[in-house]
Design a binder for this molecule. Structure first.
Ligand SMILES: C[S@@+](CC[C@H](N)C(=O)[O-])C[C@H]1O[C@@H](n2cnc3c(N)ncnc32)[C@H](O)[C@@H]1O
Length: 303
């Protein structure tokens, strides 16, 4: 396991994923009943962006300037209220981590955001398999009520924890895609999760490197016969770009009511800020349509 997320923290993929995660949390919290949030690949919880340019990552170009760097520099928050709420959380994380400079330094990971959004009735479970990342996560979450941490393979926790006593769950799968069979592992875990909690909300982050691999993944997901499933994609550069990761997506099974409209607005606003090359744009499409819907494309804007 060589992957360390701090090289990538705050990049365009984190920004997109975290804004949509805040949206999913808020949608789950429209009901007073608590839910389980299971983060199968949690990371360290919070990142020092200054580390991305120093220490053991000297050889790498930091990625955050093309992500939170651009969004933060855009002045007034662009797009829907969700973007402003996310930016407020990022700034709170930075301030509370001790940075008083105008330029941001600390960036929240999904566990930091989830803990900030958690209500007393919500339970958070974080899995992180890398020892050093887990140690950092443990110290970040020390003393937090309603939070459980596991230094294990997060996919296995889907089987162990679903269905939860609350009968409501939001599961985020955000693996590093180091292993060639990562999509297959995700599909198998989704299969387990859907059998155990068919009404659960499952979010899966994926990179857009080779389109055909993503389409194969969608076919595998369709074969599970899941309920409504939405793909939300941000493309920062077209197919002919030299960029390795040209974009990314969040697949959402059982998206909350009208989440697709929120995703369209978020992605449209991010496209203009994050575009790096010709062919940038966004797509929001049903991989499995909601019952009664004839059209699978909700929004597609690829330049
Ligand atoms: C993309 S990062 C997670 C970022 C985090 N979700 C966030 O948004 O801040 C993926 C993390 O998964 C960890 N990891 C890799 N394989 C894992 C596994 N099978 N189970 C749990 N964690 C794993 C890596 O060490 C890494 O910290």
């Amino acid at each position: 396991m060589n992957y360390r997320h701090h090289y990538h923290a705050g990049n365009f993929a984190d920004v997109m994923k975290h804004i949509l995660l805040v949206g999913l949390f808020r949608a789950m919290q429209k009901k007073p009943k608590g839910f389980l949030y299971l983060d199968t690949h949690a990371g360290r919880g919070r990142y020092d962006l200054a580390e991305a340019a120093t220490g053991d990552s000297q050889a790498r170009v930091p990625e955050w300037p093309q992500g939170i760097g651009r969004l933060g520099a855009a002045g007034e928050p662009v797009g829907p209220g969700l973007v402003a709420e996310y930016l407020g959380l990022v700034r709170a994380c930075d301030r509370e981590s001790g940075n008083l400079e105008l330029a941001g330094r600390f960036y929240p990971g999904s566990p930091w955001l989830a803990r900030r959004l958690q209500r007393p009735v919500d339970r958070l479970v974080f899995c992180e398999r890398h020892a050093a990342e887990f140690a950092a996560l443990r110290s970040e979450m020390a003393g937090s009520p309603g939070v459980a941490l596991h230094a294990v393979d997060g996919y296995g926790k889907i089987r162990a924890l679903l269905p939860p006593p609350e009968r409501r769950a939001l599961v985020l799968m955000d693996p590093p895609f180091e292993a060639p069979d990562e999509f297959a592992k995700i599909t198998a875990a989704l299969g387990e999760g859907l059998v155990r909690l068919p009404g659960g909300v499952f979010g899966v982050w994926y990179p857009l490197t080779v389109r055909a691999r993503v389409e194969d993944f969608f076919s595998g997901v369709r074969a599970l016969r899941p309920p409504a499933t939405l793909a939300c994609e941000l493309v920062v550069a077209g197919e002919f770009s030299a960029l390795k990761m040209r974009g990314c997506g969040l697949l959402v099974i059982n998206p909350p009511w009208q989440f697709e409209q929120e995703a369209v607005a978020v992605l449209a606003s991010l496209t203009s800020v994050m575009a790096q090359d010709a062919g940038a744009g966004s797509r929001v499409e049903w991989v499995v349509r909601e019952q009664g819907l004839a059209e699978s494309i909700i929004s597609r804007s690829l330049n």
